[in-house]
Design a protein around this ligand. Structure first.
Ligand code: IPE
Ligand code: IPE
Ligand code: MG
Length: 245
């Protein structure tokens, strides 16, 4: 079945990133409050993490809350923060037991202090784990991330610690929140929307995009498998001519 000699297909992705969209519409369609859509979305997160581990995917990034999502009603933001708090409290021990390393990317200083402490502790506690690196993007925005890195480099140059010509793609990438994490091979977005919404702008330069109509709370392992199968049929060229690869 997976005899690489006879298959021109891509290898499996090392890094899968998912824009988990559609919780609100899932709830709306059932006459339920949006919070219940988010709660159901948390179940899909569990299924997806288990699925990724079973499929041997080493890096999984999940977009849970964007820098722009702070614009939602304070009630929805509070609900989402409450859900995140409970999720971290209940899952960290399980993550650790299963060899999952947690990394959280985003504007951490905008999060409630107790959640920041939970995240710091979880990252420290799981830092040696190797089965799966789970990256959760919370209060994350790609433009904000790039601007923050540029600010840091500018400060280092102003302080005479760095020469402008030393800033290249590699050094710049190492200044981002995703330092040390390979770029996503594929980005999946659920709910039929076909846009990035400020997700991993720098890192997704050569990612394959897969758009799925299902709403996030309905997403399961078979959807992840179907997306990976689709990825493996794609031809990645990175700007080179097809026949040279
Ligand atoms: C995704 O679902 C979760 C977050 C952005 C927090 P949405 O809440 O965006 O759901 P829709 O897009 O309104 O259906
Ligand atoms: C993107 O979804 C953010 C997450 C899924 C966490 P949004 O629902 O916020 O994106 P837009 O507003 O439809 O672009
Ligand atoms: Mg949405």
């Amino acid at each position: 079945m997976d005899d690489a000699r006879f298959s021109p297909d891509q290898a499996s992705p090392r890094h899968v990133a998912i824009i988990m969209d559609g919780n609100g519409r899932w709830a709306n369609a059932r006459g339920l409050p949006r919070t219940l859509g988010h709660r159901q979305g948390a179940e899909a997160v569990r299924r997806c993490i288990t699925g990724a581990m079973e499929m041997g995917i080493p890096f999984l990034t999940l977009f849970g809350f964007s820098s722009e999502n702070w614009r939602r009603s304070s009630r929805e933001v509070d609900d989402l923060m409450g859900l995140l708090r409970r999720y971290l409290q209940s899952e960290i021990a399980e993550f650790h037991k299963n060899g999952i390393r947690l990394r959280v990317i985003g504007e951490r200083d905008r999060l409630p202090g107790d959640i920041v402490r939970l995240i710091d502790d979880a990252e420290k506690r799981t830092s040696e784990n190797e089965a799966l690196t789970l990256v959760i993007a919370i209060s994350y925005g790609g433009r904000q991330e790039i601007a923050a890195a540029a600010r840091q480099f500018a400060a280092a140059v102003a302080a005479g610690e760095l020469a402008p010509e030393d800033i290249d793609e590699d050094t710049f990438g190492a200044g981002l929140l995703t330092a040390g994490i390979p770029d996503p091979d594929m980005v999946i977005r659920t709910s039929g929307e076909q846009r990035l919404s400020n997700f991993l702008l720098w890192q997704s330069a050569y990612s394959e995009f897969i758009f799925v109509d299902k709403l996030w709370p309905d997403f399961d392992k078979s959807d992840l498998e179907a997306a990976v199968a689709e990825f493996r049929r794609r031809e990645r060229r990175y700007g080179a001519a097809a026949e040279s690869l």
